[in-house]
Every structure is written in structure tokens, then in C-alpha cells.
Write a new protein. Structure first.
Length: 567
């Protein structure tokens, strides 16, 4: 393999590659080579990086500290172009030299450019690409290379050419913001104008996370907002009214359907993006985090030939994900399934999916009327919002259809009283509703860094009491884990979310309570006596299994039942 033009020595491990792999390696960009080589050799990037560094007489650093005056030593444009950073070295014996860390041994051209620009001899060190990329974002912000002042100012004299450069930079910046959100597994992006700045936040695992942005971003605020509106085919001159649109966006292997919403505020238009991935792996019933007992109960009810199965919870609690998992579980070539959703978040093969369009009068209720003429076996309604939709859903279940839908209530028993509040007769509810599943999402512990919590017995007893769990459960103290934080989870200690569930089966006693217009609390008491597990108890089970922390479970118990859950 000829890599002499890069003056990079390759360890003997390279002999394992075939000719096509060697050819592919030569075509890689500088910042991709080490990661791709490690993948082809089936070795970790650290192991391969150390071998590459050793063969080329360089030090390999897993951890490093960026120099405090980094951008005064190297222009930001070169930092991004060469994926290198000035770093601080303790006990440095070469005070007149500049220590730099990069992701691949530098070639002669790179060395020459850096030394000419900096006026100092460069001493090179090696690390993995992700370390450098994360450090650049941490210190300079997402999209800092796109909005670099050196690229947008002073390089052209013609006004039109400068405007073209700025337009291209804005396009690159917006694309980088969305691509970074995909990498970080964000579900939403919020562009929020402030008095003298603009704030951009991602919602990751239900939590809002501010992201580091270039210092000069406020100068491009209006251009960024206009770019997003152009992508969504909205009217960029209309700034006084809210607007809604959608964007089709591709980032690597991911194809996104992005829902965009604008809202006029004091300092400009606030824009929110909801990211719906069309290429993600389909969620199955087993992926939801259900216990084996709950899995059996749900599986039994969704296989019934008729009736209504409801999923309840606040916005962002995973109701649509659960409903799509239910549909995937029961779809067969012999069963005709039709859905009506707002929007269609998950594409399901073999299922007829339609989307409501309020602007033309195609609502859930009107869609349901037409669906009933389509000879369905199973109907999935994204949400029951009003009496008309509820009436048609109940009529469909009573005429031999299985109906799956969702409601916005805090717990399972509240789903029954919500239907009564809509004006549905209690006898119709008892004749049609088979099961109600209340659910929430709690943060999942990072599997790479979680550790035993080692809580004192008195502390654990107090926290169990706060969670509403019997003190006998203290015997599982050794199984409780805590969040630590590592590079894999951005030092948060959590990565992803897991569901907790409260399943209410409609028994004869509950039938009688509904007919008597009993309150949700009365119905819940009956269900608890019959063995229903509450959301808090389900959260404790996830703590015992090591999937979440007691802190996350307590946070849910303290606030999420009284207020809408975070998305």
C-alpha cells in the first residue's frame, strides 16, 4: 500500500487488509482514517492509534487540555481544516515549540503550513478523531468553521461575492446544527432569540441541553431564521404570525422528516424543530422496557378481535412509540390495519397509514368515518381529542374492530374518567374499553459508566418511602446504581430512556365503579387491590434492574404526575 506521500508508517496489522480495503483507506479524508482503519482491523481506535503513533515516533494522548490561547496561536480555519489543536504540556522542555494534537500523522504540507503561520516549530501528538471533534465543539461551538469571520470578511472585495459566501456559510451552519442533533440523538431543536444573542438548545433524552455556539452567531440570527423558513417552504416576509412547515433532511444514513414551527417573540421568531427519523430501527414490544408480566398482559389484550386499548400520558411520554410497537406486534398478512396519525412518526410496512390535515377538514373524526368503509380489522388513532372521535372509536369497537389510541391523562384510571368528561356514556365505556396503559419515560443509565450507589440504609429507606415503595424492598439495596458520567454519555451519566408502565385491566369490579360514576381515585384503589402496579412501582423495578437510577425515579415521582412530562 502506497502511503508514502503522507510519510505515515503503517504497523504490520495492515497486512490483514485485502486490496479493496487498502484502496478504500487511501481515499479516506484525514480525520476519518484512524476510525475506519480500526473498524477494518476489528480493533479499538485507541489500540490502533497507539500503534500508528509508535510507528511514526509520535506520542498518543487519550486525554489532553487545549491551550487557553488556542485561536491566537492557530487560525480557526486551520483548526477545522487540519483537525488539529494547540495543547498544553506539563513540564514542557520545548518552550519555544508549539505542541499540537491531531487525528492522523501530519504530511509535509500540513507541517509546513502550521509552522509558517505560527512561526514556531510544531511538536505533534496523536489522538482519536472523536476527541478532537468534541473538543472543537466544546470550545468554539457547533458550526464555528462555517461562520468563521476570516472566511466571511476580508477575503473578497466585491459585495456580491461576500454575500454569496455568507449565504453558503449559513446553509452549512444550519446543516451542521441539524447533523449534530442527529449524532447526539436529539428529538427537538429550539432556536430562541434573546435580547443580544440567540440560544440553540437540543432536547436529548427528555432534557433540554444548551449547545456551545460561535461568539459571532448573533450577527447571523436573521439569516439563520430565514434559511430555516426557506427549507420549510414558509413565507420569510411574514414575521407576525406563527407558521408550520416540514423539511426533508438527509444526514449520512439518516433520513429525517422535520416538523418546523415558528412563534413570534419579543426579540424575533422562535423556531422549534421536531426530528422524526425515517431510517431508525423499528421499535418492538420487547424494546419498550416492559416486565415479562406486563408484556404478557399487553400481548393478550392487543390480540383480541375487538375492543379499545388506550395508551395515556403527557406529551412526549412515548405514546406513539408504544402504539407503533403494538401495531407491529399484531400485523399479519391476514389482518388489514389502517392508522390515522398527526403526524405519521413511524412508517410500518404492510400497514395503511394516513395523516390528518386540519386545513382541509381531514380530522381524526372525519378520517375515522372513511376508514370504517375500508373494511379494516384494526384501527389505530393517533389521539382521541374530542367526543366525536371517541364516539366513532367506540362504535367501531362495538362493531367488531380492534381500536388502538391514546389519551392525555396522568394515570390509567384517569383515562376512564376522561372519556366520561368527554360525554361518553359509562355503559359504552364498559362495553368497549379492554385495557388502559399509562406510561412515562425515565432516563436510562449509561451502561459504560454506571456504578453501585452504595446508599446508607437510612437514606435508601427514606427514598423508598418517597417513591411509595414498601420498605421490604430495601433488601435490593445492592442492585441500586448511580450515574457517573463518561465520554460515551457526554459526562451526564445517562444515555437514552426507558419506559415505565401502569396497566389497568377492566375487571367486573371496575365495570361496576364506572357505571356508578366513581372517581379516578376510587377506580385506582380497586385496581391496586386487584394487583395493578403503579408507575412509581414500575420505576422502582427499573431501578432494581439497573436500567435507571433512584434519583431519576424520584424526579419522576416528585413532579411528573402533577405536570406534563418533558418531551
Amino acid at each position: 500500500m502506497n502511503l508514502q506521500k503522507h510519510r505515515v508508517k503503517i504497523p504490520s496489522l495492515l497486512e490483514r487488509l485485502d486490496e479493496s480495503q487498502k484502496l478504500a483507506l487511501q481515499k479516506l479524508l484525514r480525520h476519518e482514517r484512524l476510525d475506519y482503519l480500526a473498524e477494518m482491523l476489528d480493533r479499538s481506535t485507541n489500540v490502533v492509534g497507539k500503534l500508528i503513533a509508535e510507528e511514526n515516533g509520535l506520542d498518543f494522548l487519550e486525554n489532553f487540555k487545549i491551550a487557553s490561547n488556542a485561536t491566537t496561536q492557530i487560525p480557526l480555519r486551520l483548526i477545522h481544516e487540519y483537525q488539529c489543536l494547540p495543547i498544553e504540556i506539563q513540564n514542557d522542555l520545548n518552550a519555544d515549540s508549539l505542541h499540537l494534537i491531531t487525528v492522523w500523522p501530519p504530511d509535509a504540507s500540513m507541517v509546513r503550513w502550521i509552522e509558517v503561520v505560527c512561526g514556531r516549530k510544531a511538536i505533534w501528538h496523536l489522538t482519536v478523531a472523536q476527541n478532537v471533534a468534541n473538543t472543537i465543539i466544546q470550545h468554539f461551538g457547533v458550526g464555528s468553521d462555517s461562520l468563521s469571520d476570516s472566511d466571511l470578511e476580508g477575503t473578497r472585495t466585491e459585495e456580491e461575492e461576500v454575500e454569496e459566501d455568507e449565504d453558503a456559510a449559513i446553509i452549512r451552519f444550519v446543516n451542521e446544527i441539524i447533523a449534530k442533533a442527529v449524532t447526539d440523538r436529539a428529538t427537538d431543536i429550539h432556536f430562541e432569540p434573546q435580547k443580544n444573542s440567540i440560544q440553540i438548545r437540543y432536547r436529548i433524552d427528555g432534557q433540554l441541553v444548551p449547545i456551545k455556539l460561535p461568539e459571532n452567531l448573533v450577527k447571523f440570527q436573521a439569516a439563520i431564521i430565514s434559511r430555516l423558513k426557506i427549507m420549510a417552504r414558509l413565507n420569510i416576509s411574514e414575521k407576525r404570525r406563527p407558521q408550520d412547515g416540514r423539511i426533508r433532511f438527509t444526514s449520512g444514513p439518516f433520513e429525517l422528516d422535520i416538523r418546523l414551527s415558528t412563534l413570534p417573540t419579543m426579540y424575533g421568531e422562535s423556531i422549534s424543530l421536531r426530528l422524526l427519523s425515517q431510517g431508525s430501527r423499528p421499535v418492538t414490544l420487547e424494546d419498550l422496557g416492559l416486565s415479562s408480566e406486563d408484556l404478557k398482559v399487553i400481548d393478550h389484550n392487543i390480540r383480541k378481535p375487538h375492543g379499545i386499548v388506550l395508551v395515556t400520558g403527557p406529551t412526549g411520554s412515548g405514546k406513539s412509540t408504544s402504539l407503533s410497537a403494538f401495531v407491529r406486534r399484531i400485523r399479519t398478512p391476514e389482518r388489514r390495519i389502517i392508522t390515522v396519525e398527526d403526524p405519521v412518526e413511524y412508517e410500518i410496512e404492510g400497514v395503511n397509514q394516513s395523516q390528518v390535515h386540519g386545513e382541509i377538514g381531514f380530522s381524526f373524526a372525519s378520517a375515522l368515518r372513511h376508514i370504517l368503509r375500508q373494511d379494516p380489522d384494526v384501527i389505530m388513532i393517533g389521539e382521541i381529542r374530542d367526543k366525536e372521535t371517541a364516539d366513532i372509536a367506540i362504535r367501531a369497537s362495538l362493531t367488531g374492530h380492534l381500536v388502538l389510541s391514546s389519551l392525555h391523562t396522568n394515570d390509567a384510571a384517569g383515562g376512564l374518567t376522561r372519556l366520561v368528561d368527554m360525554g361518553i356514556e359509562p355503559f359504552l365505556i364498559t362495553s368497549s374499553v379492554e385495557m388502559i396503559v399509562a406510561q412515562r419515560l425515565v432516563r436510562r443509565l449509561c451502561p459504560h459508566c454506571s456504578a453501585p450507589a452504595n446508599l446508607p440504609e437510612q437514606t435508601l429507606s427514606t427514598q423508598l418511602n418517597q417513591l411509595g415503595v414498601h420498605e421490604s424492598e430495601i433488601q435490593y439495596a445492592s442492585q441500586v446504581k448511580k450515574a457517573v458520567g463518561c465520554d460515551q454519555c457526554r459526562n451526564l451519566g445517562y444515555k437514552g430512556r426507558v419506559g415505565i408502565f401502569e396497566i389497568l385491566n377492566i375487571s367486573e369490579e371496575i365495570h361496576k365503579a364506572i357505571i356508578k360514576n366513581k372517581s379516578a381515585n376510587d377506580i385506582k384503589e380497586i385496581a391496586l387491590k386487584e394487583g395493578m402496579r403503579t408507575l412509581q412501582q414500575s420505576a422502582w423495578n427499573q431501578v432494581k434492574c439497573g436500567f435507571t437510577s433512584l434519583e431519576a425515579a424520584l424526579h419522576f415521582s416528585a413532579g411528573d404526575l402533577e405536570a406534563p412530562a418533558s418531551k
